[in-house]
Design a binder for this molecule. Structure first.
Ligand code: F6P
Length: 341
């Protein structure tokens, strides 16, 4: 048997550890061969594929990015499923492990369920917004990087008696903001799931200020203030059909400065949250998911993905997992609010 493996969509810390886990488990426990598909679906559509051995995956568990490269190529572009069938047959590939986020897994589910292609999945996103798995790898690393950055911003903020507004990633959910905000002891945490009005933000800042603290505001890129005008809220562009996110920290900083009188600076952490080495937790999770995906490919569990259920790796139908976003629930927000201000 030969298994093709690919990484698709945005990169994230832990992708290489998944590849290593899958190749080692496949080679050692099942005696199967692997082929590396370059740049996600593009490599499969354009036949950009090369052998991948246990030698190639040595020392990969701590390395950021993806050795296979990635892209946002749509699986139904450039010949779509028919072209993929041709390439798989020509290469003698019997199964594909697709590692990716919501878009990748939705494509993989369709290819498996509707087209009968031999595809299994591994969920990936630093945003932790995928339903059907308790946590995604990359999220712990992104939260740790954001936490460390906030700790650093705090010391300069304290020295200058300033307020800092820190924008973190997360697309349409606030998981990174929630975790980093809690871990770093932020005074205001702003997430898309629970919009608050401007006044509430100013009150959190003033309350920190009154206690002699340098106020730290953590804002998720998808946050929109509850009372922001429709005209501003509707800003967006059509890149990948996704609304434009971000820019909220820059927008809030001068407003906070004006309302509270405290000098305020903004920082956007951006892709720093996705680059570099994964945490130990993410390395272990990624490795286990990769090993499970190799088993699933050998057992022909098409249309399923490896997922984390509490501490166990289980299998779930990809089509079910990509149906809804996993948002921060009310209970987690209530917990957080007690700590703010
Ligand atoms: O989904 C992961 C993510 O990093 C989001 O948090 C962010 O909004 C987006 O990808 C950025 O995408 P790109 O790398 O294409 O700018």
């Amino acid at each position: 048997m030969r298994i093709g493996i690919m990484t698709s969509g945005g990169d994230g810390p832990g992708l290489n550890a998944v590849i290593r886990g899958a190749v080692r488990k496949g080679a050692r426990a099942h005696r199967v061969e692997f082929a590396g598909i370059r740049d996600g679906w593009r490599g499969l559509l354009e036949d950009d594929i090369s052998p991948l051995t246990t030698y190639d995956v040595r020392g990969l568990s701590g390395r950021g990015g993806t050795i296979l490269g990635t892209s946002r190529t749509h699986p139904y572009s450039g010949g779509g499923p028919d072209r993929m069938r041709e390439v798989l047959a020509a290469r003698g590939i019997d199964a594909v492990i697709a590692i990716g986020g919501e878009g990748t897994l939705a494509g993989a589910a369709r290819l498996a369920d509707d087209e009968g292609l031999p595809v299994v999945g591994v969920p990936k996103t630093i945003d932790n917004d995928l339903d059907g798995t308790d946590y995604t790898f990359g999220f712990d690393t992104a939260s740790a990087i954001a936490t460390e950055s906030i700790d650093r911003l705090r010391t300069t903020a304290e020295s200058h008696h300033r307020c800092m507004v820190v924008e973190v990633m997360g697309r349409h959910v606030g998981w990174i903001a929630l975790h980093a905000g809690m871990a770093a002891g932020a005074h205001a945490v702003l997430i898309p799931e629970f919009p608050v009005p401007y006044d509430r933000i100013y009150r959190w800042v003033r309350s920190a200020q009154d206690r002699g603290r340098a106020p730290i505001v953590v804002v998720a890129e998808g946050f929109v203030p509850e009372d922001r005008g429709e005209a501003v809220a509707a800003k967006g562009d059509a890149r990948d059909g996704r609304p434009r996110l971000g820019g909220i920290a820059e927008e809030l900083a001068p407003l906070i400065e004006e309302a509270t009188g405290i000098e305020t600076r903004s920082t956007v952490l951006g892709h720093l949250q996705r680059g570099g080495s994964p945490t130990a937790y993410d390395r272990v999770l990624s490795t286990r998911l990769g090993m499970a995906a190799a088993d699933m490919a050998v057992e022909r569990a098409w249309g399923q993905m490896a997922s984390l259920d509490s501490t166990e790796i289980v299998r779930v139908r990809m089509a079910d997992a990509v149906d809804r976003l996993k948002r921060v629930p009310r209970s987690r927000w209530d917990e957080m609010q007690i700590l703010l201000g």
